[in-house]
Design a protein around this ligand. Structure first.
Ligand code: HEC
Length: 160
């Protein structure tokens, strides 16, 4: 009889332990799902707060004008700096507009490359030609993107 009681008690303990383990697993799965959803929401919120094209393009426009003024003044270090940050200004769009960013990268390494080459060579005549030529590529992308009315013109003075 005593042995029977002992077996029953052991079985009861086993059931309690097993159900505790199962409940524990259940809880941790639910809480990790909640944590994942929470992290995803935070990522979506951060992404939503990053700029798309309009804000970086304002900076591109400013640095584009500043770059020309710097080159005309013979300040090639500033011209190179403006070109570098004109490109870097578009970095948020790698996350917010990855497909359109590819077109920007193709522009900067393609039609805009002669501008960078002229800066590296400190060649003002080559810079003037390349810079003026690049404007039509700026505007071609605006037109292709549905912003035909955003027309870049050559400015004589720095923007900032
Ligand atoms: C890959 C395509 C693309 C290229 C290349 C491009 N742009 Fe843009 N740009 C856009 C788009 C798209 C907009 C409209 C942004 C919006 O409203 O979402 C824009 C808008 C602008 C604006 C108006 C921003 C504002 O809201 O006030 C300026 C200024 C500008 N671009 C300058 C330039 C200059 C300068 C160049 C060349 C050095 C250039 N862009 C090249 C796509 C491009």
């Amino acid at each position: 009889m005593k042995k029977m009681l002992l077996v029953l008690i052991l079985m009861a303990v086993a059931v309690v332990i097993a159900s505790a383990v199962v409940a524990g697993c259940g809880d941790s799965t639910t809480s990790s799902t909640n944590a994942n959803a929470d992290v995803q929401k935070q990522l979506d919120d951060i992404k939503g707060a990053l700029p798309k094209f309009a804000i970086p393009m304002r900076e591109v426009g400013d640095r584009f004008a500043d770059m020309n003024a710097a080159a005309q003044g013979g300040n090639w270090a500033l011209t190179a700096y403006m070109s570098k940050y004109l490109n870097n200004a578009m970095n948020p769009t790698k996350v917010t507009k990855p497909e359109e960013y590819k077109n920007w990268a193709a522009f900067y390494t393609g039609p805009f490359d002669p501008v960078n080459k002229a800066i590296a060579a400190k060649d003002l005549a080559a810079f003037n030609t390349a810079y003026t030529n690049s404007i039509s590529s700026c505007n071609a992308c605006h037109e292709a993107s549905g912003y035909k009315f955003v027309k870049i013109v050559k400015e004589d003075t720095a923007s900032d």
